[in-house]
Design a binder for this molecule. Sequence first.
Ligand code: C5P
Length: 222
Amino acid sequence: TETLDLSGNRILVSAGGTTEKLDPVRFLTNRSSGKMGVAIANVATLAGGQVTLVQTNHAVGLPVLPGIKVITVESAQELYDQMHAQVADQDIVIMSAAVSDYRAANQADQKMKKNQFSSDEGGLTLNLVENPDILASLPKEGHYTVGFAAETQDVIAYAEQKLVKKGADMIVANDVSDQTIGFNSDENQVTLVTTEGAITLERQSKIGVAANILAAVQEHKK
Ligand code: C5P
């Protein structure tokens, strides 16, 4: 096998779960730790790449190698803005962040009081609006684009659909029904899906998965 050598490449990576504020003290989020995306950023740097990491607040505190340009965001909208601001002149774009599909329709400026917004029955209905699909919205010309897909069933079939729908060159699919891998774990098992087919990697550390993803990108990008 060929050595991983990303010298001369600019790589943009997103990592971590986004957070959507409801009011100054409450928020909606997900369990994504950012470990997979940070591992990709670190391995890409070690392989000689020039890396920009757009990480969410979930990933803050994970060790990031010197030389990586780090931008920290919180919400899906901030992530959208930064990905679009950084995408020009990139050679590889890897969207591993777990983006909130919805945000609060209205963010309260003050702490929401109990009963203030509740219905006659005493329950509370939150109004949510859809966030943009960042991966789908990014320009695709001039760089190789990688997306992720966390699924609990029909992993490869859904990944193939996402490849087309989001215009990515590769989807890294993982089965999150197995709680010992994926979100927040140090290990992962993934299948790399491209138009040329699907390759399932062995279960291994996220560092190992990162190296395999980048090697596959290097190979396919030619
Ligand atoms: O559709 P789904 O959320 O499963 O797609 C996952 C892929 O799409 C990931 O690469 C994720 O970063 C990206 N995504 C995005 N913007 C969204 C939702 C997902 O970029 N609003």
